[in-house]
Design a protein around this ligand. Structure first.
Ligand SMILES: Nc1ncnc2c1ncn2[C@@H]1O[C@H](COP(=O)(O)OP(=O)(O)O)[C@@H](O)[C@H]1O
Ligand SMILES: [Mg+2]
Length: 244
C-alpha cells in the first residue's frame, strides 16, 4: 500500500485556485520530488497535507487513514513531519532544547530524550553547537536544526520545503548527503520541494511537476527534464528570469 494517497485536492484563496485537482501517491521508502515555479502551489500542497490548511475538496490518506480536518500537531503525531521554507527555531532555547521539544509527542517514549537529541544533532552535523542559542545559528545550521527537530518526532514521512534555499554550495552538498542518507540508509520516506535542479534531480526517484496548482507531468527525473510541459512551465520561464 502507498504510505500517502492524495486525491483530487482543491484549495482556493478567494478567487485564486492555488491547488487544483491534485492527485498523487507516495510509496513507502520513496523520495518524491515536487517541482514547479514560484507560486505553483507547492507549499500550499504541503499545508494541505499537514493540517495547516483544510482543502475545499479532496482526500489525503496516510496508510488509509484520512488526514482531513486533523490539526497539525496530530498530523505530526501520526508520523508526518515537515520543515518550513523559512526556518522557525524556538528562540530563547538552545539547539539541543529545540530538538528535545520536537521529540515531545505520542510517537517517542519519554526516556533518554536528551541522548536521542544529541544523536540527531550528531547525525545532522550540529553536535558541536548543541548548547548554542538556536537564534544565533547561521542560516545553513538553522536548516539542519529544522531537519533534526523534524526527525525528533520519529516521522514516517518527512516533507522538506526548499531546504537548500539561501545556502552556499558546500552547505548544499552536505545537506544533500544528509537527505540521501536519511532515504537510502534509514529508509525514510521523503517529499522534497527544491529549486536547485541539479541536486534535486540527483536526489529524487520520481517527480510530480505542478504549475498553476495542477499536476502537469509525472515521471522519473530523466523523463521530467524532457517533458515539454515542464520545460515550458519551469525551465523556460526560469531562463527568462535569469536573462532578465
Ligand atoms: N494563505 C494564503 N492566502 C492567499 N493566497 C495564498 C496563501 N498561500 C498561498 N497563496 C497563493 O497561492 C499561490 C500558491 O502559493 P504557494 O503554495 O506558496 O506556491 P509555491 O510554494 O509553489 O511557490 C500563490 O499565488 C500564493 O500567492
Ligand atoms: Mg513555496
Amino acid at each position: 500500500m502507498n504510505l500517502l494517497e492524495v486525491r483530487n485536492l482543491d484549495k482556493s484563496f478567494g478567487g485564486l485556485q492555488a491547488v487544483k485537482q491534485v492527485s498523487l501517491d507516495v510509496a513507502k521508502g520513496e523520495i518524491l520530488g515536487i517541482l514547479g515555479p514560484n507560486g505553483a502551489g507547492k507549499t500550499t500542497l504541503y499545508n494541505l497535507l499537514t493540517g495547516f490548511l483544510k482543502p475545499d475538496r479532496g482526500e489525503v490518506r496516510l496508510e488509509g487513514q484520512s488526514l482531513i480536518g486533523v490539526p497539525p500537531h496530530k498530523v505530526v503525531g501520526m508520523g508526518v513531519a515537515r520543515t518550513f521554507q523559512l526556518c522557525r527555531p524556538f528562540v530563547g532555547m538552545s539547539v539541543l532544547e529545540n530538538v528535545v521539544v520536537g521529540s515531545l509527542g505520542p510517537r517517542v517514549p519519554p526516556v533518554n530524550l536528551e541522548e536521542r537529541a544529541r544523536h540527531l544533532l550528531d547525525q545532522v552535523g550540529l553536535a558541536a553547537k548543541a548548547d548554542t542559542a538556536a537564534e544565533l545559528l547561521s542560516y545553513g545550521d538553522q536548516r539542519r536544526l529544522e531537519i533534526a527537530r523534524a526527525l525528533a518526532t520519529e516521522p514516517r514521512l518527512l516533507l522538506l520545503d526548499e531546504p537548500f534555499a539561501g545556502l552556499g554550495s558546500g552547505e548544499i552538498a552536505a545537506l544533500s548527503t544528509l537527505i540521501r542518507d536519511l532515504h537510502q540508509r534509514q529508509g525514510l520516506t521523503i517529499m522534497l520541494i527544491e529549486h536547485k535542479l541539479r541536486e534535486f534531480m540527483q536526489l529524487v526517484q520520481r517527480v510530480v511537476a505542478i504549475d498553476f496548482g495542477q499536476v502537469i507531468a509525472e515521471g522519473t527525473p530523466e523523463e521530467i527534464v524532457k517533458s515539454p510541459k515542464v520545460i515550458e512551465a519551469y525551465i523556460g520561464r526560469q531562463d527568462e528570469e535569469h536573462a532578465a
